[in-house]
Structures are given as C-alpha cells and as structure tokens.
Design a protein around this ligand. Structure first.
Ligand SMILES: Nc1ncnc2c1ncn2[C@@H]1O[C@H](COP(=O)(O)OP(=O)(O)OP(=O)(O)O)[C@@H](O)[C@H]1O
Length: 333
C-alpha cells in the first residue's frame, strides 16, 4: 500500500520504558511508544508530561530511565544531531519584542547553519508560508498572539527539518486562529513531507488534524492508535423516546424491553455529550447486528412510545481520555 508522502514502517520517534522523575513528581512513567511518519497528536491534560517528553526527545533534558531515539538518533548521546534535523516550537512566549520576525527567523536559520543568503531566502519563504507578510518587518512586541504563534512555527521550519515538535501551537488562539493554525500544521506534512508531533490538551483539534494520536495521562501511555481507529463508528446506537400515559418513564420502559430482548443498554445521561443535552430519555444500545435496529423499532412500537431519534454514535477521543481521567480521580479520592 503506497502513500505519497510517508514511508511505511519507518519509526520517526521510539521510546522504550522512558521515565523522568523530578523530586516531587514522576513526569513520565515507563513510556514506550513508536511514532511513524505523518502528523501525530500527543494529547494529555496539563501536567501529563507532554513538554517533558519533547525536551527529552530534543536531547535537552536527560531521562531518568529508559531510552529514546529520534530519526534513529539516540537522545542521550546525539542531541546536537537531532536538533539539526528537528524543528521545535516551544509552548511559551519566547520572542524578543524589539526585533522583527524577519530578523529573528534569519537569526534562527543562521544558528542552524544556513549561509546568510540562504537564510534570508528561506526566511522570506517560510514567513510567507505561515501567512506573515508586511508585518514581518515590524517589531514582534506589537504582534497578536496568532502572529507570534506563526513566527514560532516559522522558526521551527526555516532550516527544512525532517520532523517538527510543536508544543501547544494553538494555545491562546481564538477559534478562527486555531483552525488556521491546524490547517498550517496539516500542510507542513502534505506540502513538504515533514513529519509532525503536535501536543494539545484539546482532543477535538487532534482528531481533525492528525493521522495518529498518542494519549498520555500522568506520564503513562494510555493509548496509541490511528485517528480513524479512535473515531471509527462504534457499535452503539443512541435512542431517544417520548414518555406516554402508560409509560411515564419511556426510556426506562424501553431499557427493560430491550434488555429482555437480549440487548445491552445503558442510559446516555452518564456521558458528557448527552448530559449537556439534558436528556434522561436517551439510551445507548450496543449494536450486535443489523437486526438490532429492528428490535429497537419493534420495542418502541410495542410500548406505544414516540421515537424521537435513533442514530449511530461515533466514539470520540475525548471519551477515552475522560474515562481515564475519571479513573485517575477515583484513585486520588
Ligand atoms: N523542571 C521541573 N521540575 C519539577 N517538576 C517539573 C519540571 N518540569 C515539569 N515538571 C512537572 O512534571 C509534570 C509534567 O509536566 P509537563 O510540563 O511535561 O506537562 P505537560 O503535559 O506539558 O503540561 P503543560 O501543558 O501544562 O505544560 C508536571 O507535574 C510538572 O509540574
């Protein structure tokens, strides 16, 4: 199976039982994960260990235990070679306010070893690519958050890396700015074939942007799989019914009938998605085959209830994350 912009089977990043312990906290806990070419999302709540992992991958911070390679290079001994080949967009504001985007990005290109003419040309191309035009000659102190994020992205790309590590690139952006940034990130891979590892605590963003998603929680790997596996249709139907005089709690009556028919049913009010809609009338029914739809229809008709909706649900990354988080809270309690 050939793909145009990736090489199948190549590992861009590999970690093996990687741990990082600070005196009071374990930021990474025996993390083993392989990341292949493409756009990979690294998702986790604040404090999950995302920035710590990036710093280890860049060879800037030693791991306490375990190993990691980036583009086949060992993070413990080949940090400088990794940083030549990898671009890094840090999370926090780090731009000098008194210089222009052009001056700054040329400087970063020169630091990466580009000769002066090439550095200037690459800077102009890269700033144009991220959508900065005339503003690029103005001091960055006057830039909006969106413009600053674009400069940070440009300096990560200017030396034509094979991989970029983007730490929370949508932080502080409004919804339009987020969409634009996500579009840029996607194009880094599709237009230039550069692999991307992008962190976020916003799951929906990564669902839309990434080929693959790695979820970490408390420094531990929770899940690593392709985005399509995460968002694939699960065998679950959301069924909403009305009440009737005979059945003042229509959903409860339907749940009893469907359970008696051998189906597995749970009230949807427990999930955030439906709780927000405020409906205790929605049931989630596990689909065991095409006849599940008929069984639900017949049960609703048999009870004389009104069927408001019956729809197939998609499993969202947020749920994987939420359920792990709830388990974490339960442990903490
Ligand atoms: N230099 C440090 N010294 C002590 N503890 C640290 C240090 N750096 C990170 N930590 C702790 O390690 C844990 C993981 O932090 P990290 O910054 O990697 O998380 P994160 O997932 O990137 O979250 P955020 O988006 O908030 O930065 C946190 O509990 C943090 O307080």
């Amino acid at each position: 199976m050939a793909r145009t912009t990736t090489v199948e089977g190549v590992t861009v990043i590999a970690t093996e039982s990687l741990s990082k312990r600070f005196p009071r906290v374990t930021a990474l806990d025996r993390l083993s994960v392989d990341i292949t070419p493409g756009v990979t999302g690294l998702v986790g709540a604040n404090g999950a260990g995302k920035s710590t992992l990036i710093k280890i991958l860049l060879g800037l911070s030693p791991a306490t235990e375990g190993r990691a390679t980036v583009l086949g290079l060992d993070v413990a001994t080949e940090g400088a070679a990794i940083r030549e080949r990898v671009g890094y967009m840090p999370e926090h504001d780090c731009l000098p306010p008194d210089v222009s985007a052009t001056e700054f990005v040329v400087h970063m290109a020169r630091m990466s070893g580009l000769p002066v003419t090439a550095a200037r040309e690459r800077t102009a191309d890269t700033l144009r690519h991220v959508g900065l035009y005339e503003e690029r000659y103005r001091p960055m102190g006057g830039y909006s958050t969106g413009m600053k994020q674009r400069v940070k992205l440009a300096q990560a790309l200017v030396h034509d890396p094979r991989l970029v590590l983007l730490d929370e690139p949508t932080n502080g952006l409004d919804p339009v700015g987020r969409d634009e940034m996500l579009g840029l990130i996607r194009r880094i891979h599709t237009d230039f074939g550069i692999s991307v590892l992008v962190t976020s605590h916003l799951l929906g963003e990564l669902e839309r942007t990434c080929d693959h998603v790695v979820v970490i929680d408390g420094g531990k790997l929770l899940r690593s799989s392709s985005t399509s596996d995460f968002t694939q249709a699960t065998a679950s139907l959301a069924v909403e019914v009305t009440d009737s005089d005979d059945h003042p709690d229509g959903a409860a009556a339907l749940a009893t009938a469907l359970t008696a028919a051998g189906l597995t049913v749970q009230p949807a009010g427990r999930t955030a998605e439906f709780a927000a809609a405020g409906s205790g009338h929605v049931l989630l029914v596990d689909v065991t085959g095409d006849d599940t739809y008929d069984t639900v229809r017949d049960a609703v008709a048999g009870l004389g209830l009104g069927l408001v909706r019956m729809e197939q649900r998609r499993h969202r990354i947020a749920e994987v994350f939420q359920s792990a988080h709830e388990r974490g809270s339960a442990h903490a309690a």
